[in-house]
Design a protein around this ligand. Sequence first.
Ligand SMILES: Cc1ncc(COP(=O)(O)O)c(C=O)c1O
Length: 393
Amino acid sequence: MYDFTTVHTRRNTDSIKWDWLNEIYSVQHGEEILPMWVADMDFALPPFVEEALIKRIQSGVFGYSYPGQSVTQAVVDWLATKHQTTIDKDWLLYESGVIPSMALALQAFTAPGDRVLVHGPVYPPFRSTPANLNREVVTFSLTEDEGHYSLDFDAFEQALQENIAAFIFCNPHNPGGKVWSREDVKRIADLCHQHGVLLISDEIHADLVFEPFTHTMALSVADHTDHIITCMAPTKTFNLAGLQAAYLIVTDDKKREKLKETATNAAHMGMTVLGATAMKAAYQDGSPWVAELMTQLEENTNYVIKHLSSEIPGIVVLKPEATYLLWIDYRALNVTEKDMMHALLHEGKLALEPGTKYGPEGDGFLRMNIACPLDTVKDGVERFIQASKTLTK
Ligand SMILES: Cc1ncc(COP(=O)(O)O)c(C=O)c1O
Protein backbone atom coordinates (compact mmCIF):
# COMPACT_ATOMS: atom_id res chain seq x y z
CA MET A 1 0.00 0.00 0.00
CA TYR A 2 2.84 2.42 0.80
CA ASP A 3 5.78 3.32 -1.42
CA PHE A 4 9.13 1.85 -0.42
CA THR A 5 10.51 1.56 -3.96
CA THR A 6 10.86 5.12 -5.29
CA VAL A 7 14.48 6.26 -5.27
CA HIS A 8 14.38 9.84 -4.01
CA THR A 9 17.14 12.29 -4.88
CA ARG A 10 18.68 13.39 -1.62
CA ARG A 11 21.93 14.80 -2.96
CA ASN A 12 22.05 18.60 -2.74
CA THR A 13 19.25 18.71 -0.17
CA ASP A 14 21.63 19.55 2.72
CA SER A 15 21.42 15.92 3.80
CA ILE A 16 24.16 14.87 6.22
CA LYS A 17 24.12 11.37 4.78
CA TRP A 18 24.40 12.42 1.12
CA ASP A 19 26.08 15.83 1.17
CA TRP A 20 28.73 15.54 3.90
CA LEU A 21 30.69 12.64 2.44
CA ASN A 22 33.81 14.66 1.60
CA GLU A 23 34.05 16.06 5.11
CA ILE A 24 33.22 12.88 7.02
CA TYR A 25 35.25 10.43 4.92
CA SER A 26 38.10 12.81 3.95
CA VAL A 27 37.57 12.22 0.23
CA GLN A 28 37.11 14.52 -2.74
CA HIS A 29 34.70 12.44 -4.79
CA GLY A 30 31.72 12.39 -2.45
CA GLU A 31 29.30 12.88 -5.34
CA GLU A 32 30.29 9.43 -6.74
CA ILE A 33 29.86 7.64 -3.44
CA LEU A 34 26.73 5.78 -2.38
CA PRO A 35 26.11 6.60 1.28
CA MET A 36 24.87 3.74 3.48
CA TRP A 37 26.06 5.12 6.77
CA VAL A 38 24.18 7.60 8.99
CA ALA A 39 21.00 6.13 10.48
CA ASP A 40 18.22 7.80 8.56
CA MET A 41 16.12 6.34 5.76
CA ASP A 42 15.97 7.16 2.07
CA PHE A 43 12.20 6.53 2.08
CA ALA A 44 9.77 9.43 2.04
CA LEU A 45 7.94 10.10 5.26
CA PRO A 46 4.48 8.48 5.53
CA PRO A 47 1.85 10.29 3.41
CA PHE A 48 -0.43 10.91 6.42
CA VAL A 49 2.44 12.67 8.20
CA GLU A 50 3.12 14.75 5.10
CA GLU A 51 -0.57 15.72 4.94
CA ALA A 52 -0.61 16.76 8.59
CA LEU A 53 2.51 18.88 8.08
CA ILE A 54 1.10 20.55 4.95
CA LYS A 55 -2.14 21.29 6.77
CA ARG A 56 -0.26 22.84 9.65
CA ILE A 57 1.95 24.87 7.31
CA GLN A 58 -1.09 26.13 5.44
CA SER A 59 -2.52 27.52 8.66
CA GLY A 60 0.14 30.15 8.02
CA VAL A 61 0.99 31.31 11.53
CA PHE A 62 3.98 30.02 13.46
CA GLY A 63 4.07 31.77 16.81
CA TYR A 64 5.35 30.14 20.00
CA SER A 65 3.76 26.78 20.55
CA TYR A 66 3.84 23.75 22.82
CA PRO A 67 2.98 20.06 22.30
CA GLY A 68 -0.70 19.99 23.26
CA GLN A 69 -2.88 17.30 24.83
CA SER A 70 -3.53 15.56 21.52
CA VAL A 71 0.22 15.06 20.97
CA THR A 72 0.57 13.61 24.46
CA GLN A 73 -2.45 11.36 23.96
CA ALA A 74 -0.93 10.06 20.71
CA VAL A 75 2.31 9.16 22.54
CA VAL A 76 0.42 7.48 25.40
CA ASP A 77 -1.70 5.47 22.96
CA TRP A 78 1.30 4.43 20.85
CA LEU A 79 3.18 3.11 23.87
CA ALA A 80 0.09 1.25 25.06
CA THR A 81 -0.64 -0.46 21.76
CA LYS A 82 2.86 -0.88 20.34
CA HIS A 83 4.74 -1.62 23.56
CA GLN A 84 2.03 -2.75 25.99
CA THR A 85 3.16 -0.07 28.38
CA THR A 86 0.75 2.18 30.20
CA ILE A 87 2.19 5.52 31.13
CA ASP A 88 0.70 8.51 32.86
CA LYS A 89 0.57 11.50 30.53
CA ASP A 90 2.22 13.63 33.22
CA TRP A 91 5.40 11.53 32.98
CA LEU A 92 6.27 12.97 29.54
CA LEU A 93 8.75 15.72 28.78
CA TYR A 94 9.53 16.80 25.23
CA GLU A 95 12.94 17.50 23.73
CA SER A 96 14.46 18.09 20.31
CA GLY A 97 16.27 14.74 20.25
CA VAL A 98 17.19 11.62 22.16
CA ILE A 99 20.82 12.69 22.52
CA PRO A 100 19.77 16.12 23.87
CA SER A 101 17.48 14.19 26.29
CA MET A 102 20.39 12.02 27.40
CA ALA A 103 22.57 15.13 27.85
CA LEU A 104 19.83 16.79 29.87
CA ALA A 105 19.52 13.79 32.20
CA LEU A 106 23.30 13.70 32.68
CA GLN A 107 23.34 17.42 33.48
CA ALA A 108 20.43 17.11 35.90
CA PHE A 109 21.52 14.03 37.84
CA THR A 110 25.29 13.76 37.57
CA ALA A 111 28.12 16.21 38.19
CA PRO A 112 31.40 16.84 36.36
CA GLY A 113 33.84 14.09 37.30
CA ASP A 114 31.07 11.56 37.97
CA ARG A 115 31.51 8.13 36.44
CA VAL A 116 29.09 7.14 33.67
CA LEU A 117 28.95 3.52 32.53
CA VAL A 118 28.34 2.52 28.90
CA HIS A 119 28.58 -0.79 27.10
CA GLY A 120 30.72 -1.29 24.01
CA PRO A 121 30.30 -1.41 21.11
CA VAL A 122 27.75 1.35 21.09
CA TYR A 123 26.46 4.36 19.14
CA PRO A 124 29.27 6.96 19.51
CA PRO A 125 27.30 9.73 21.34
CA PHE A 126 26.89 7.33 24.30
CA ARG A 127 30.56 8.04 24.97
CA SER A 128 30.95 11.55 23.57
CA THR A 129 27.90 13.05 25.31
CA PRO A 130 29.06 12.33 28.89
CA ALA A 131 32.68 13.01 27.90
CA ASN A 132 31.76 16.44 26.51
CA LEU A 133 30.04 17.18 29.82
CA ASN A 134 33.27 16.28 31.64
CA ARG A 135 31.90 13.08 33.10
CA GLU A 136 34.26 10.12 33.27
CA VAL A 137 33.17 7.48 30.78
CA VAL A 138 33.62 3.91 31.99
CA THR A 139 33.15 1.25 29.32
CA PHE A 140 32.59 -2.44 29.73
CA SER A 141 32.56 -4.66 26.67
CA LEU A 142 29.56 -6.75 25.76
CA THR A 143 30.36 -10.42 25.27
CA GLU A 144 30.57 -11.23 21.59
CA ASP A 145 30.08 -14.71 20.15
CA GLU A 146 30.23 -14.88 16.35
CA GLY A 147 28.65 -11.45 16.09
CA HIS A 148 25.97 -12.10 18.74
CA TYR A 149 26.16 -9.85 21.77
CA SER A 150 25.20 -10.58 25.35
CA LEU A 151 25.80 -8.96 28.68
CA ASP A 152 27.94 -10.63 31.29
CA PHE A 153 25.91 -9.86 34.41
CA ASP A 154 28.76 -10.58 36.82
CA ALA A 155 30.97 -8.04 35.03
CA PHE A 156 28.07 -5.60 34.83
CA GLU A 157 27.28 -5.82 38.52
CA GLN A 158 30.94 -5.49 39.37
CA ALA A 159 31.14 -2.36 37.19
CA LEU A 160 28.02 -0.85 38.80
CA GLN A 161 29.68 -1.06 42.19
CA GLU A 162 32.65 1.04 41.12
CA ASN A 163 31.18 4.41 42.04
CA ILE A 164 28.99 4.70 38.94
CA ALA A 165 26.43 7.53 38.82
CA ALA A 166 24.58 6.54 35.65
CA PHE A 167 24.39 3.71 33.12
CA ILE A 168 23.37 4.47 29.54
CA PHE A 169 21.64 1.47 28.00
CA CYS A 170 20.99 1.02 24.28
CA ASN A 171 17.80 -1.03 23.90
CA PRO A 172 17.49 -2.29 21.14
CA HIS A 173 21.21 -2.30 20.58
CA ASN A 174 22.86 -0.15 17.94
CA PRO A 175 25.07 -1.38 16.26
CA GLY A 176 24.47 -5.07 17.10
CA GLY A 177 20.76 -5.08 16.25
CA LYS A 178 20.03 -6.98 19.45
CA VAL A 179 16.63 -6.96 21.12
CA TRP A 180 17.33 -7.46 24.80
CA SER A 181 15.12 -10.10 26.38
CA ARG A 182 12.54 -9.25 28.99
CA GLU A 183 14.68 -11.04 31.59
CA ASP A 184 17.81 -9.08 30.61
CA VAL A 185 16.01 -5.73 30.67
CA LYS A 186 14.47 -6.44 34.06
CA ARG A 187 17.74 -7.61 35.53
CA ILE A 188 19.61 -4.56 34.20
CA ALA A 189 16.98 -2.16 35.56
CA ASP A 190 16.79 -3.87 38.94
CA LEU A 191 20.58 -4.06 39.34
CA CYS A 192 20.85 -0.33 38.61
CA HIS A 193 18.25 0.33 41.30
CA GLN A 194 19.97 -1.96 43.78
CA HIS A 195 23.27 -0.11 43.33
CA GLY A 196 21.81 3.39 43.30
CA VAL A 197 22.65 3.98 39.63
CA LEU A 198 20.54 6.16 37.34
CA LEU A 199 19.41 4.20 34.28
CA ILE A 200 19.23 6.25 31.09
CA SER A 201 17.41 3.90 28.73
CA ASP A 202 17.70 4.91 25.08
CA GLU A 203 14.85 3.10 23.34
CA ILE A 204 14.81 5.05 20.06
CA HIS A 205 14.93 1.83 17.97
CA ALA A 206 12.06 0.21 19.90
CA ASP A 207 9.55 0.27 17.04
CA LEU A 208 11.94 -1.28 14.52
CA VAL A 209 11.86 -4.85 15.83
CA PHE A 210 11.54 -7.90 13.57
CA GLU A 211 9.19 -10.74 14.44
CA PRO A 212 9.30 -12.90 16.51
CA PHE A 213 11.19 -10.50 18.80
CA THR A 214 9.46 -7.96 20.98
CA HIS A 215 10.80 -4.85 22.58
CA THR A 216 10.71 -4.57 26.37
CA MET A 217 10.58 -1.11 27.85
CA ALA A 218 12.71 -0.98 30.98
CA LEU A 219 10.06 0.91 32.91
CA SER A 220 7.44 -1.73 32.14
CA VAL A 221 9.32 -4.59 33.84
CA ALA A 222 11.46 -3.01 36.54
CA ASP A 223 10.53 -3.51 40.20
CA HIS A 224 11.15 0.22 40.73
CA THR A 225 11.05 2.97 38.12
CA ASP A 226 12.18 6.08 40.02
CA HIS A 227 15.74 5.66 38.78
CA ILE A 228 14.80 5.21 35.10
CA ILE A 229 14.89 7.96 32.48
CA THR A 230 13.52 6.58 29.21
CA CYS A 231 14.42 8.43 26.02
CA MET A 232 12.35 7.75 22.90
CA ALA A 233 11.34 9.34 19.61
CA PRO A 234 9.33 8.68 16.43
CA THR A 235 12.22 9.97 14.31
CA LYS A 236 13.98 6.67 13.47
CA THR A 237 10.73 4.82 12.91
CA PHE A 238 9.14 7.35 10.57
CA ASN A 239 12.24 9.08 9.16
CA LEU A 240 11.65 12.43 10.82
CA ALA A 241 15.15 13.14 12.18
CA GLY A 242 15.35 16.50 10.41
CA LEU A 243 12.21 17.62 12.25
CA GLN A 244 13.76 16.95 15.67
CA ALA A 245 11.18 15.47 17.99
CA ALA A 246 11.75 13.30 21.05
CA TYR A 247 10.52 12.70 24.58
CA LEU A 248 11.59 11.51 27.99
CA ILE A 249 9.44 9.34 30.23
CA VAL A 250 10.11 10.00 33.91
CA THR A 251 7.91 8.46 36.58
CA ASP A 252 9.50 10.23 39.54
CA ASP A 253 7.96 13.66 40.19
CA LYS A 254 11.08 15.15 41.73
CA LYS A 255 13.25 13.99 38.86
CA ARG A 256 10.82 15.46 36.35
CA GLU A 257 10.89 18.81 38.12
CA LYS A 258 14.67 18.74 38.19
CA LEU A 259 14.78 17.97 34.46
CA LYS A 260 12.40 20.84 33.73
CA GLU A 261 14.53 23.19 35.77
CA THR A 262 17.72 22.00 34.03
CA ALA A 263 16.10 22.43 30.61
CA THR A 264 14.97 25.95 31.49
CA ASN A 265 18.41 26.88 32.79
CA ALA A 266 20.00 25.60 29.60
CA ALA A 267 17.38 27.54 27.57
CA HIS A 268 16.07 24.40 25.85
CA MET A 269 13.02 25.08 23.72
CA GLY A 270 11.72 21.50 23.39
CA MET A 271 10.10 20.48 20.12
CA THR A 272 9.15 22.66 17.19
CA VAL A 273 5.52 22.85 16.13
CA LEU A 274 6.31 20.81 13.01
CA GLY A 275 8.09 18.17 15.08
CA ALA A 276 5.06 17.90 17.34
CA THR A 277 2.66 17.78 14.37
CA ALA A 278 4.65 14.98 12.76
CA MET A 279 4.91 13.05 16.04
CA LYS A 280 1.17 13.14 16.54
CA ALA A 281 0.28 12.10 13.00
CA ALA A 282 2.89 9.33 12.94
CA TYR A 283 1.74 7.83 16.23
CA GLN A 284 -1.95 8.17 15.49
CA ASP A 285 -1.91 6.47 12.09
CA GLY A 286 1.49 4.83 11.80
CA SER A 287 1.02 1.14 12.66
CA PRO A 288 0.26 -0.18 9.13
CA TRP A 289 3.09 1.91 7.66
CA VAL A 290 5.58 0.47 10.17
CA ALA A 291 4.39 -3.07 9.41
CA GLU A 292 5.07 -2.53 5.70
CA LEU A 293 8.38 -0.85 6.43
CA MET A 294 9.52 -3.89 8.43
CA THR A 295 8.62 -6.20 5.53
CA GLN A 296 10.73 -4.09 3.19
CA LEU A 297 13.63 -3.98 5.65
CA GLU A 298 13.48 -7.75 6.00
CA GLU A 299 13.63 -8.19 2.22
CA ASN A 300 16.58 -5.80 2.01
CA THR A 301 18.37 -7.58 4.85
CA ASN A 302 17.85 -10.99 3.26
CA TYR A 303 19.21 -9.69 -0.05
CA VAL A 304 22.41 -8.45 1.57
CA ILE A 305 22.89 -11.64 3.58
CA LYS A 306 22.42 -13.84 0.53
CA HIS A 307 24.61 -11.92 -1.90
CA LEU A 308 27.43 -10.61 0.26
CA SER A 309 27.97 -13.92 2.03
CA SER A 310 28.03 -15.92 -1.20
CA GLU A 311 30.12 -13.47 -3.24
CA ILE A 312 32.70 -12.61 -0.60
CA PRO A 313 33.76 -15.75 1.27
CA GLY A 314 34.56 -14.89 4.87
CA ILE A 315 32.05 -12.07 5.18
CA VAL A 316 29.42 -12.75 7.83
CA VAL A 317 26.21 -10.74 7.84
CA LEU A 318 23.97 -11.56 10.77
CA LYS A 319 20.28 -10.95 10.63
CA PRO A 320 19.52 -8.14 13.08
CA GLU A 321 16.67 -8.64 15.55
CA ALA A 322 15.93 -4.91 15.28
CA THR A 323 17.02 -1.76 13.40
CA TYR A 324 17.87 -1.24 9.75
CA LEU A 325 21.58 -1.40 10.48
CA LEU A 326 23.60 -4.45 9.50
CA TRP A 327 26.70 -5.21 11.54
CA ILE A 328 28.97 -6.91 9.03
CA ASP A 329 31.81 -9.10 10.31
CA TYR A 330 34.86 -9.16 7.99
CA ARG A 331 37.40 -10.41 10.51
CA ALA A 332 38.00 -13.58 8.48
CA LEU A 333 39.28 -11.49 5.55
CA ASN A 334 42.32 -10.44 7.58
CA VAL A 335 42.42 -6.87 6.34
CA THR A 336 42.85 -3.79 8.44
CA GLU A 337 40.00 -1.33 8.87
CA LYS A 338 42.09 1.27 7.06
CA ASP A 339 42.51 -0.97 4.00
CA MET A 340 38.86 -2.01 4.07
CA MET A 341 37.63 1.57 4.24
CA HIS A 342 40.03 2.61 1.50
CA ALA A 343 38.80 -0.14 -0.82
CA LEU A 344 35.15 0.63 -0.10
CA LEU A 345 35.47 4.39 -0.60
CA HIS A 346 37.93 4.49 -3.50
CA GLU A 347 37.28 1.25 -5.40
CA GLY A 348 33.66 0.48 -4.56
CA LYS A 349 32.59 4.11 -4.04
CA LEU A 350 30.53 3.04 -1.07
CA ALA A 351 30.36 4.71 2.36
CA LEU A 352 29.77 2.33 5.27
CA GLU A 353 30.71 3.04 8.86
CA PRO A 354 33.96 1.63 10.23
CA GLY A 355 33.28 -0.57 13.26
CA THR A 356 35.78 1.15 15.56
CA LYS A 357 33.61 4.26 15.46
CA TYR A 358 31.49 2.22 17.91
CA GLY A 359 34.47 1.46 20.16
CA PRO A 360 37.48 -0.86 19.97
CA GLU A 361 35.06 -3.82 20.15
CA GLY A 362 33.92 -2.89 16.63
CA ASP A 363 37.27 -3.64 14.98
CA GLY A 364 36.66 -6.00 12.04
CA PHE A 365 33.05 -4.89 11.60
CA LEU A 366 31.26 -2.45 9.29
CA ARG A 367 27.84 -0.92 9.78
CA MET A 368 25.62 -0.81 6.72
CA ASN A 369 22.31 1.07 6.62
CA ILE A 370 19.79 -0.75 4.43
CA ALA A 371 16.81 1.61 4.94
CA CYS A 372 16.51 2.46 1.27
CA PRO A 373 14.77 1.06 -1.80
CA LEU A 374 15.89 -2.47 -2.78
CA ASP A 375 17.43 -1.07 -5.98
CA THR A 376 19.74 1.07 -3.88
CA VAL A 377 20.59 -1.92 -1.68
CA LYS A 378 21.50 -3.93 -4.80
CA ASP A 379 23.74 -1.08 -5.97
CA GLY A 380 25.43 -1.01 -2.55
CA VAL A 381 26.02 -4.76 -2.53
CA GLU A 382 27.53 -4.60 -6.03
CA ARG A 383 29.87 -1.81 -4.94
CA PHE A 384 30.89 -3.81 -1.87
CA ILE A 385 31.68 -6.84 -4.05
CA GLN A 386 33.74 -4.73 -6.47
CA ALA A 387 35.68 -3.23 -3.57
CA SER A 388 36.36 -6.65 -2.04
CA LYS A 389 37.90 -7.91 -5.32
CA THR A 390 40.58 -5.26 -5.05
CA LEU A 391 41.32 -6.40 -1.50
CA THR A 392 42.09 -9.98 -2.41
CA LYS A 393 44.16 -9.18 -5.53
C1 LIG B 1 20.73 4.53 19.81
C2 LIG B 1 20.54 5.90 19.24
N1 LIG B 1 20.20 6.91 20.06
C3 LIG B 1 19.99 8.17 19.59
C4 LIG B 1 20.12 8.45 18.25
C5 LIG B 1 19.93 9.85 17.77
O1 LIG B 1 18.78 10.39 18.31
P1 LIG B 1 18.42 11.92 18.09
O2 LIG B 1 18.64 12.26 16.65
O3 LIG B 1 16.97 12.00 18.49
O4 LIG B 1 19.30 12.71 19.00
C6 LIG B 1 20.47 7.42 17.36
C7 LIG B 1 20.64 7.71 15.92
O5 LIG B 1 21.17 6.93 15.18
C8 LIG B 1 20.67 6.11 17.87
O6 LIG B 1 20.99 5.09 17.07
